[in-house]
Design a protein around this ligand. Structure first.
Ligand code: ZN
Length: 318
């Protein structure tokens, strides 16, 4: 896909995300000095406060009976093209106990096992991918965890990683294949949130199913993307890389999907994930903003079918 509109990076959004991440990092550093823990809901509040108005949270106030209360449905709205990308985000803390790493409040597999199916089911309901929004503490806190692109002494990547994003399908795979190392693997597979909005970073992507993709989908994977399609591509890339790590191949069927998604014909390959990964991510990349987003933006009533399934919307104007 040739990027319509101007292909320049969006310094306003990038700067806002950096401000938000810096504020969350300060909060985590302060809390770590006090009591070795921080609250992920406070972190999300600070992130939204500091990135406003580029990130616009719209909380659902009538969701006392919420099925999934803590997950926010993010929509990246691509103003020049009208495209948009939805991502259901569950906030998680990266925690350390001795030399071991965990994700979540009481990271035992019990808690993980309960939450992941709910998260994926809600993502299916909204027809968007799911992700963990990972609050990862300070670089000093993460000593020993490793950074995949470390450049000392003041590693930019380490600083940016304070607020990271990981596809839930990737997290699900990491926990089911190597539970003991899952949290550290998850951190290494995650991307700084800012990377979703930074087209200057390398975008080359080789997917194991590239050869069966149609020309437009292939172009999306191979060419630089901007704004909402870039955010989608960055989430897809996490799964594509993990998929490449397991070389099992089978005949790949294509499957067709609904009208408002940008790519309707997608490889049906699930690899070792719990769902076909092309569809899981790219169903969130749409040619039209969903009705409930339009309603929320204009202050109209949002259907209870939506407000009982998420804490609210986070709109990212791009
Ligand atoms: Zn680093």
């Amino acid at each position: 896909m040739t990027p319509p509109g101007h292909p320049l990076p969006d310094p306003g959004l990038l700067a806002a995300l950096a401000r938000g991440r810096t504020r969350v990092a300060q909060y985590m550093a302060f809390q770590l000095a006090l009591q070795d823990r921080w609250n992920e809901e406070t972190a999300t509040d600070l992130l939204c406060q500091e990135t406003a108005p580029r990130l616009q949270p719209i909380p659902f106030t009538r969701n006392q009976e919420a099925l999934v209360g803590a997950d926010w449905l993010w929509w990246f709205i691509d103003q020049p093209t009208g495209l948009c990308f939805g991502l259901l985000c569950q906030a998680k803390n990266l925690k350390k106990k001795g030399a071991d790493w965990f994700i979540g409040v009481d990271q035992e597999n019990k808690s993980y096992g309960r939450q992941m199916p709910n998260l994926l089911a809600t993502a299916d309901y909204f027809q968007v991918p799911a992700a963990y929004l990972l609050y990862c503490g300070t670089p000093a806190y993460r000593t020993g965890l490793g950074c995949t692109q470390h450049v000392p002494p003041d590693c930019v990547r380490c600083a940016r990683s304070a607020v990271s994003v990981l596809s839930a399908l990737a997290a699900d795979y990491l926990y089911s294949s190597r539970p003991d190392d899952a949290a550290s693997d998850a951190f290494r597979s995650a991307l700084p949130l800012e990377d979703l909005a930074d087209p200057d970073l390398p975008q080359e992507l080789f997917d194991i199913n590239l050869e069966v993709c149609g020309p437009e989908l292939r172009q999306f994977l191979l060419d630089p993307q901007y704004r909402a399609p870039l955010a989608a591509k960055k989430i897809f890339e996490q799964l594509s890389r993990l998929r490449l790590g397991v070389f099992s191949r089978s005949a790949v069927a294509m499957e067709s999907h609904r009208n408002s998604v940008l790519f309707r014909e997608l490889p049906a390959d699930s690899g070792h994930f719990s769902a076909p990964y092309f569809h899981h991510v790219l169903r969130g990349l749409r040619t039209e903003i969903p009705d409930y987003v339009t309603a929320a933006l204009s202050g109209d009533v949002v259907s209870a079918r939506v407000t009982t399934r998420a804490a609210g919307l986070v709109l990212v104007q791009m």
